[in-house]
Design a protein around this ligand. Structure first.
Ligand code: ADP
Length: 369
């Protein structure tokens, strides 16, 4: 394993180098923080472990560790601060800068050896975790590509089934008996339903695959559009929709935000058994995110189903009771998470549900997909 040493005191530097080389480490030495930073940031070699003195001219150990932390991205670097300081506030300052461990000066060989071993274990665990993450990400991408290709390629044969069933009904409807006609109608109906499912799957796998630019969006305008589109449902159910004043502007792909609110609002109107739906939109502001909630007085969701409903094609009711495909919330969840947010629901069966999601404030995260 390669180790970078930053130490301006020549004797201590030599001793460290000697020990580490004896134990089989590949050692690179720097005589001050600035030189160490140059070696570290040159990018030719990755240093999984850095041992740095605290007090050094030009750039001290804290500054060096801070820079390493800010730049090392997914490659974890285990840092050991070499110091004569041992006061509580020194330990806090060192840890806050990002140091993983301390070694008292003048250092003890045995202590250095065990601390390095602990560091090595953590670096190895981090490397295994990073490799597993890469593999997992690759698998997810493969599955998404499969879903995209399958849902795309199945559209054509499905259209053919539908058209043939339609032709059969139009041209041979008189020849067929009642049962034959019913069967044809069922084929047609199922082909239509399957088309809706494939469209949803295609829509799901498109998120993050086809760029939709993030722009500054007025949430109130988005909600106006959503309510405009839902006018028939609102009129039919006699629902009351409450939207608060002073909604923020966010940086987000406008179509995606419309999809999120559209789905949550339409569910809030749909999953209501008796009485008139009352749907409330709220917005809470936290340090880094806006949290939006769509609350209803509908049928609610039993706690054991609260996670399930975000899985694709999972529904708690038959299509005859409440129409739908069971893909809406999965699509919403993927959009929200792709844009750095979180989504969840709190609900009481028979009383209603509150679906919430967060949107990072502008500058907290790039928001295009
Ligand atoms: P769909 O609306 O097409 O069924 P969704 O993915 O939007 O699909 O929702 C999945 C399931 O979650 C719904 O079938 C329903 O059982 C439940 N659900 C979603 N929203 C609500 C809500 N506001 N109140 C009660 N149940 C809900």
């Amino acid at each position: 394993m390669r180790i970078l040493i930053a130490e301006d005191a020549i004797v201590s530097r030599r001793l460290l180098q000697q020990c580490l080389q004896q134990w089989g480490y590949d050692v690179v030495v720097a005589s001050n923080g600035a030189e160490a930073w140059q070696l570290f940031s040159a990018g030719d070699a990755h240093f999984p472990i850095v041992i740095s003195d605290w007090m050094m001219p030009e750039m001290d150990g804290l500054d060096l560790i801070r820079r390493i932390r800010a730049s090392s991205g997914s490659n974890y670097v285990y840092t050991i601060l070499l110091t004569a300081k041992s006061e509580r506030e020194d330990v806090v300052a060192g840890m806050e800068a990002g140091a993983d461990d301390f070694l008292r000066k003048p250092f003890d060989r045995e202590e250095l050896r065990v601390r390095l071993r602990a560091g090595e274990r953590i670096v190895q665990l981090e490397q295994t975790l990073a490799a597993q993450n890469r593999e997992l990400r690759q698998r997810v991408e493969e599955v998404e590509t499969f879903a995209y290709t399958a849902s795309h390629d199945l559209q054509t044969p499905l259209r053919t089934f539908g058209s043939y069933a339609q032709l059969l009904l139009a041209d041979y409807g008189k020849v067929l008996d009642e049962e034959g006609r019913e069967l044809c109608e069922e084929i047609l109906e199922d082909a239509l339903h399957m088309k809706t499912l494939l469209d949803s799957l295609l829509e799901y796998s498109r998120i993050g695959r086809e760029p939709t630019p993030a722009v500054e969006v007025d949430v109130k305008t988005v909600l106006d559009w959503v309510l405009h589109d839902l006018r028939p449902e609102i009129a039919e159910t006699g629902a009351t929709v409450q939207v608060p004043e002073g909604l923020p502007r966010v940086v987000y792909p406008e179509g995606r935000l419309t999809q999120i609110f559209g789905n949550l609002m339409s569910n809030a109107l749909k999953f209501n058994e008796a009485g008139k739906p009352v749907v409330k939109v709220c917005c809470d502001e936290a340090a880094q995110v806006y949290r939006f909630t769509v609350q209803d007085n509908g049928i609610g969701i039993a706690p054991e189903h609260a996670d399930r409903i975000f899985n694709i094609f999972e529904r708690l009711h038959t299509r005859d009771t409440y129409p739908g495909t069971g893909a809406g919330l999965t699509i919403v969840k993927k959009i929200v998470e792709f844009h750095g947010g979180e989504i969840g629901v709190t609900s009481t069966p028979g009383e209603g549900s509150a679906f919430w999601f967060t949107v990072p404030k502008a500058g907290e995260r790039p928001c295009s997909d």
